[in-house]
Design a protein around this ligand. Structure first.
Ligand code: SAH
Length: 253
């Protein structure tokens, strides 16, 4: 996950309160995001920066100081601005923080993505917004309010981290059945279902005169599992044992 999040950078423009830079570094570090770029911060060498970073010193030490937004974004492929207000959405595609996380998780492998945060009092200028391809707004209970900038960074970094985690869990789950083994073919599954049905009739579990939806439900169950060929062989071996017969690979039809 960390390599993926290395492709994400946080850009803060003209931050005036040094404590906010420290808190932002801490917020990033807790979510595994390390690349901080500061465009003309008002005071970066204040002890407050380090005090509020609370252990995120590496992020501060590696933070890139830039004199223009263009310089901060030079190596980025996609730029997402942040806004405390939602009415700007008319000019830029807008997402909430969760959708932003999902978008970032989907695109990080191919591109470097920047999230740009504005000044504490006035946010981003229209000229700066021109550099953004999309805007993210964290919905709040009141439209006339705004979040502290480090809190906004925390929420958006959290959503990005969670979305990356989730996509990796989904990938891991969908690849568990191909642990070096071929999934069973449709033909092998059909033979298995025939064998299963015959066995269930033989042991009087399935009434052929009144089968109800049993086979359909069992097909759905095994369809979800997506077994490998050798797992199907085990299942068929078990069915043969219930029938008092021996199942060999040659009887696999
Ligand atoms: N009055 C300013 C408030 C800026 S708050 C304005 O309306 O733009 C400072 C920065 O914190 C913003 O530029 C943005 O980067 C971030 N921020 C604050 N609240 C946010 C929210 N609800 N959604 C997204 N970003 C937010």
């Amino acid at each position: 996950m960390s390599e993926l999040l290395d492709q994400l950078c946080i850009v803060m423009i003209q931050t005036s309160h040094p404590g906010n830079i420290g808190s932002a570094a801490r917020a990033m570090k807790t979510m595994g995001i390390h690349d901080l770029r500061l465009v003309n911060p008002t005071r970066f060498n204040s002890p407050e920066v380090k005090a509020l970073a609370s252990g995120a010193d590496d992020i501060l030490a590696n933070a890139r100081l830039c004199s223009t937004l263009q310089e901060a974004l030079a190596d980025c492929h996609y730029v997402i601005g942040t806004s405390a207000r939602s009415e700007r959405s008319l000019r830029w595609p807008q997402m909430d923080a969760r959708a932003c996380g999902t978008w970032v998780a989907e695109h990080l492998p191919q591109q470097k993505i920047a999230l740009v945060f504005g000044r504490e009092r006035t946010g981003l200028t229209n000229e700066e917004l021109e550099h953004c391809q999309a805007l993210v707004h964290i919905p709040m209970a009141f439209d006339f309010f705004s979040l502290n900038i480090a809190a906004a960074i925390q929420i958006i970094c959290y959503e990005c981290m969670m979305a990356v985690r989730q996509s990796q869990t989904v990938q891991a789950l969908s690849s568990t059945s191909d642990l070096d083994e071929e999934p069973a073919t449709a033909a092998a599954m059909e033979s298995f279902f025939t064998h299963l049905e015959t066995t269930l009739i033989e042991v009087d579990y399935l009434d052929p005169e009144n089968p109800r939806l049993l086979m359909r439900r069992l097909r759905r169950l095994f369809g979800r599992i997506n077994p490998t060929q050798s797992e199907v062989n085990i299942l068929r071996g078990m069915l043969s044992a219930f029938q008092g017969r021996k199942f060999t690979r040659r009887s696999n039809s």
